[in-house]
Design a binder for this molecule. Structure first.
Ligand code: ATP
Ligand code: MG
Ligand code: MG
Ligand code: MG
Length: 419
């Protein structure tokens, strides 16, 4: 077995390898034309992240506010989900998954069946019973807890979270994944024995905003201290900072990527989620809710990091870390084509963090220039191209670091050190 011939590029094309994804095989349909059609049909302007994501075959529009999330984006989302899971579990969060079909009865008890108005997607089952598609899950999670009877204070705090699809009939779904009618949210619900508003800044609610021109929220930011607030919550027209009293408030725009709320006993009171306190007396639990827009964060990152032509990802979230480019078929340096595949496989083996993260752009009928342009557009953090210098006795590879735009010529060892 030690002498088994190394698989060649042709072999791996005919036998798809799980270790070396080939660009020619990736399902990344570019749908540039649809952007125009869709925006014309909806009379809506689009935004950079939506345009870039559709051009690159990362998302495909289905109906207003709904997208096919294509394979590369799913890879990226899974990375984000893993990061969020790590953080949630580090603070003691336990992951669960609640039904998206929520009974109207629960929502009537909290009065949100009426309060939510048209934003709630409503439907009936075959027996005529009414449901909504969950836009958030305070009712459901509180009812779940209440169904367990009276807890002991020793069981608290309890932190339950999920990352699931949420449904909201947004009046203006737009900007791609930034404002969908179906989107992924991480929602954590906490049940405590004591209210601790300190955790969320002594306020009842705290928004997390990513500064961006495309943002739909208007923010007032102090030039001198850390103060910032959503215009919705402040005296309109105010220009002096209420925190430091010195600075001037300047208006800017932001994308709301997260929102935490101190819910108090609002839901636990309605659904009777109780615990026995240290004096063994029953009391209702204090609740908090911590929401993160998973799909929105992804699109927002692309929105703020990309140029007009090329996608740039936060390094950790790029669908693939490295793209290896063999020379054009039939070119002077065609002899290093096999070496490209070897290098791509080698990187995944030498560096565990790159396992499954290296793709080979095997579209060797295309010039290296055209493929470099594609790679730049897709924003692989590192592009490794094989040219003249790869034919030298100690082959050197052209390495482009997309984040900085820097180009280097590195040997195999140099490449491993860099990555
Ligand atoms: P917005 O003000 O943008 O409508 P929201 O205040 O209604 O958001 P929350 O109820 O606070 O949203 O939900 C928590 C998080 O879910 C938000 O901070 C955001 O990141 C995300 N989110 C809300 N609505 C959408 C949507 N339509 N598309 C994508 N993500 C969303
Ligand atoms: Mg909203
Ligand atoms: Mg909001
Ligand atoms: Mg909000």
């Amino acid at each position: 077995a030690g002498h088994a011939p190394k698989p060649t590029l042709v072999d791996s094309i005919s036998r798809p390898s799980t270790h070396l994804p080939l660009v020619s095989r990736l399902f990344q349909p570019s749908n540039l034309r649809d952007v125009g059609q869709e925006s014309r049909a909806q009379g809506e302007m689009t935004c950079k992240s939506q345009r870039l994501m559709q051009q690159a075959g990362l998302i495909h529009p289905s109906n207003p506010g709904c997208y096919y999330i294509l394979p590369a984006t799913v890879r990226s989302m899974e990375k984000l989900v893993r990061l969020i899971d790590q953080e949630m579990q580090r603070i003691g969060g336990q992951k669960l998954d609640m039904p998206s079909l929520c009974s109207a009865e629960l929502w009537r008890r909290s009065e949100r069946w009426d309060l939510m108005g048209k934003e709630l997607f409503r439907l009936r089952d075959r027996h005529g019973a009414e449901y909504c598609l969950g836009p958030t899950h305070e009712e459901a999670v509180t009812e779940l807890l209440a169904s367990q009877g009276t807890l002991s204070y020793r069981q608290l705090p309890l932190m339950l979270y999920q990352m699931t699809r949420k449904f909201r009939d947004e009046p203006k779904p737009r900007f791609g994944l930034l404002r969908g009618r179906e989107f992924y949210m991480k929602d954590m619900y906490t049940f405590d024995v004591q209210a601790d508003t300190g955790k969320i800044g002594g306020k009842l609610s705290h928004e997390f905003q990513l500064p961006a021109d495309i943002g739909e929220d208007r923010l007032l930011v102090c030039g001198s201290c850390s103060f910032s607030a959503n215009v919705e919550t402040m005296e309109p027209g105010r220009t002096d900072c209420p925190q430091c009293q010195v600075g001037t408030l300047v208006e800017s725009k932001g994308i709301e990527v997260g929102h935490t709320f101190y819910l108090g006993t609002k839901y636990s009171h309605i659904f009777n989620a109780t615990f026995n306190n240290t004096q063994n007396k029953p009391a209702v639990t204090e609740m908090g809710c911590f929401g993160l827009g998973v799909t929105r964060i992804l699109a927002a990152a692309i929105e703020v990091m990309s140029t007009e032509e090329a996608i740039r990802w936060p390094g950790l979230l790029a669908p693939y870390q490295v793209c290896v480019l063999p020379p054009k078929r039939g070119s002077k340096v065609d002899e290093v084509a096999g070496l490209s595949e070897e290098v791509a496989l080698f990187l995944g083996e030498a560096l565990p963090s790159l396992r499954g993260e290296v793709v080979l752009d095997d579209r060797t009928q295309m010039t290296i220039g055209k493929r470099l342009k594609d790679a730049s557009q897709l924003g692989y953090p590192y592009v490794v191209a094989l040219g003249q210098k790869a034919t030298e006795e100690i082959p050197r590879f052209e390495v482009i670091c997309q984040q900085t735009g820097e180009t280097m010529f590195l040997s195999r060892d140099g490449l491993v050190d860099l990555l």
